[in-house]
Design a protein around this ligand. Structure first.
Ligand SMILES: Cc1ncc(COP(=O)(O)O)c(C=O)c1O
Length: 467
C-alpha cells in the first residue's frame, strides 16, 4: 500500500472516531479479549494493510474518552488543536534536550512555562514539562530534599529522619516519590483534613512539632489544590506561613485544580500559591490536552538546575554556547518528547478567556449534577464541593450501601454506557463522576442520573444484571 492511501485510511479512522459512538466501551473481560485479540509479532512483516486492521482492532476495544458518558478520571474529551499538535510533534520527532535539536519546540516550551509561572506568581520562576503530576510532585520533593541536605546530591542522602507532610486526601504519587527519594512511606505524615477534605493547618503545625520533638527533620509540605476524590483545595496561605516559620519547602500539587487560575471566579481557590516554592500543574487534566502534558514550576530556578545537573559529562549533547537555553539541563529526562506544542496550539486557539469559559462551564455542569442528585430522594451527596468532582451514592434504608454502590458502578461500566470512578470517603463507597469532558451536557447528566437510579432499583429488587 502506498503512503498516501495509507494516510487516507488512517484519517478516515480518525474521522469516524471523532464522530463518536453509542457506547463508552464495548466491555469485554480481559480473559476473553486476550483469547480473541491478535497480538502475535510476525517474523515477516505483514505490511501496511495489516496496520489498518490492527488500528481498527485497537479502536474497537478502546475506551471512547470523547463520549459524554465518560466521567471517570480527571480528564476526557478531545481538544482538536491539541490533537493536531500531538500529530505534528510526532511528525517532526524533535527531542527537547537542546535548542539545536528542537529550536521551535524549545521556544514554545519556554513561552508556556514563563506564562504559567506568571499565573502562579513566580515572577523569576522557571520549570519544565514532565511525565505527569506524579513526576512533578517527585521533582518538588527532590528540590526540597536538596534544600534540606545540599551535600546529599554528591555523597548520598539518608532519608530516615526526613519527614514530609501531605493531606490525608492527597494523591498516592507522594508515597511513590517518598519511595524513590529514599524517605520511606513512614516518613510521609498524612495530616488530618476538615469535613470538606482540606488539610487542617492546626494539625499540620502539631505534626511538625511532634516530628521535631522526636528528633526528626521536617523538610517538605505538599499541599493539594484540587484533591483527586473530592476536588478540595488545601488552605495554601495558612500552610505557606507554617512552612516559612519552620523553614520547610512548600510544594503545591495543583495537577488537578491548577486550571482554576484562568477563572476570575475560581482563582481565589489557590490564593497563596505564589508563596509556594514549587507547583505541579497538569494540562492533560481539566484543560483536555491529550496525555501527557504536565508542568513543574519553581520559584528559584537555580535549584531545579542543580538537582538536574549531570556533572557536565554529556559533552556529546550539551555545548557551552546554548547553556541557558537547552532544556535538557533542567529536566530529569534525556530524550524527551515535545509535549509543549499541543498545549501551545490549544492555548493560541482558546486564549486565557477560552480556558476560563471552559472551566466555568465544567463547574456549572457539576453544580447542575449536584442539583439533580439533591432533588432525587434515592440519591445523596457525600461531600460538599467547590470543583467539578461530584461525590454521591444511591441510598435507601437498611441496605449495605457500599456493596450496592459497588454493584451499581460495575453495571454502569459493563453496560458500556457510562464510566465513573468508584472511590471511598472514609468508610463509605461513593460514585465520583468528574466533569472534565466537553462532550458532557445537561441532558447527558440527566440520563446518567436516571440510569443510576434505574440500576440501583433493579439491584434492590434482586433483578440480575444483563451483562
Ligand atoms: C491531585 C493529583 N495529583 C497528582 C496526580 C498524578 O498526576 P499524573 O496522573 O499526571 O501523574 C493526580 C492524578 O489523578 C491527582 O489527582
Amino acid at each position: 500500500m502506498e503512503t498516501d492511501e495509507f494516510l487516507k485510511l488512517v484519517l478516515s479512522r480518525v474521522r469516524s472516531h471523532l464522530d463518536g459512538s453509542d457506547k463508552v466501551v464495548d466491555f469485554i473481560p480481559q480473559s476473553s479479549l486476550r483469547r480473541t485479540a491478535d497480538l502475535s509479532l510476525p517474523l515477516e512483516g505483514l505490511g501496511l494493510e495489516n496496520v489498518i486492521s490492527d488500528i481498527d482492532q485497537y479502536l474497537r476495544y478502546s475506551v471512547r474518552t470523547n463520549h459524554p458518558g465518560f466521567m471517570n478520571p480527571l480528564w476526557g474529551g478531545l481538544n482538536i488543536a491539541a490533537f493536531a499538535g500531538e500529530i505534528i510533534a510526532n511528525l517532526s520527532n524533535n527531542s527537547m534536550y537542546t535548542y539545536e535539536l528542537s529550536p521551535f519546540g524549545t521556544l514554545t516550551e519556554q513561552a508556556l512555562i514563563k506564562r504559567m509561572c506568571e499565573m502562579v506568581g513566580f515572577s523569576e520562576g522557571n520549570g519544565t514539562l514532565t511525565t505527569g503530576g506524579s513526576n512533578g510532585n517527585m521533582i518538588g520533593m527532590m528540590c526540597a530534599r536538596y534544600q534540606a541536605d545540599p551535600l546529599g546530591q554528591q555523597r548520598g542522602f539518608d532519608g530516615a529522619k526526613h519527614v514530609c507532610y501531605v493531606s490525608a486526601e492527597s494523591h498516592y504519587s507522594v508515597l511513590m516519590a517518598a519511595n524513590v527519594l529514599g524517605i520511606g512511606f513512614e516518613n510521609v505524615i498524612k495530616v488530618t483534613c476538615d469535613k470538606d477534605g482540606r488539610m487542617r493547618s492546626d494539625k499540620l503545625s502539631e505534626e511538625i512539632n511532634r516530628s521535631k520533638n522526636n528528633g526528626q527533620i521536617p523538610f517538605c509540605v505538599v499541599a493539594t489544590a484540587g484533591t483527586t476524590v473530592r476536588g478540595s483545595f488545601d488552605p495554601l496561605k495558612e500552610i505557606a506561613e507554617i512552612c516559612s516559620t519552620n523553614d520547610i519547602w512548600f510544594h503545591v500539587d495543583a495537577a488537578w485544580g491548577g486550571s482554576c487560575m484562568f477563572s476570575s471566579k475560581y482563582r481565589s481557590l489557590m490564593d497563596g500559591v505564589e508563596l509556594a516554592d514549587s507547583v505541579c500543574w497538569d494540562a492533560h487534566k481539566m484543560m483536555g490536552v491529550p496525555l501527557i502534558c504536565s508542568t513543574f514550576l519553581i520559584k528559584r530556578p537555580e535549584i531545579l538546575r542543580t538537582i538536574c545537573s549531570h556533572g557536565d559529562v554529556a559533552h556529546y549533547l550539551f555545548h557551552g554556547e546554548t547553556e541557558d537555553v537547552d532544556l535538557g539541563r533542567i529536566s530529569l529526562q534525556c530524550g524527551r518528547r515535545n509535549d509543549a506544542l499541543k498545549l501551545f496550539l490549544s492555548w493560541r486557539e482558546k486564549g486565557d478567556a477560552g480556558w476560563a469559559r471552559m472551566i466555568e462551564h465544567y463547574v456549572e455542569l457539576a453544580d447542575y449534577l449536584q442539583t439533580l442528585i439533591e432533588s432525587n430522594s434515592k440519591l445523596q451527596m457525600m461531600s460538599s464541593r467547590v470543583w467539578s468532582n461530584v461525590c454521591f451514592r444511591y441510598t435507601i434504608e437498611d441496605i449495605n450501601h457500599n456493596d450496592l454502590n459497588s454493584q451499581i458502578r460495575e453495571r454502569l461500566v459493563k453496560s458500556g454506557n457510562y464510566m465513573v470512578s468508584k472511590s471511598n470517603i472514609h468508610d463509605d463507597v461513593i460514585l465520583r463522576p468528574v466533569i472534565a469532558n466537553p462532550a458532557v451536557t445537561r441532558e447527558s447528566l440527566e440520563q446518567f442520573v436516571l440510569e443510576v437510579v434505574r440500576i440501583g432499583d433493579e439491584i434492590v429488587r434482586g433483578i440480575p444484571s444483563d451483562y
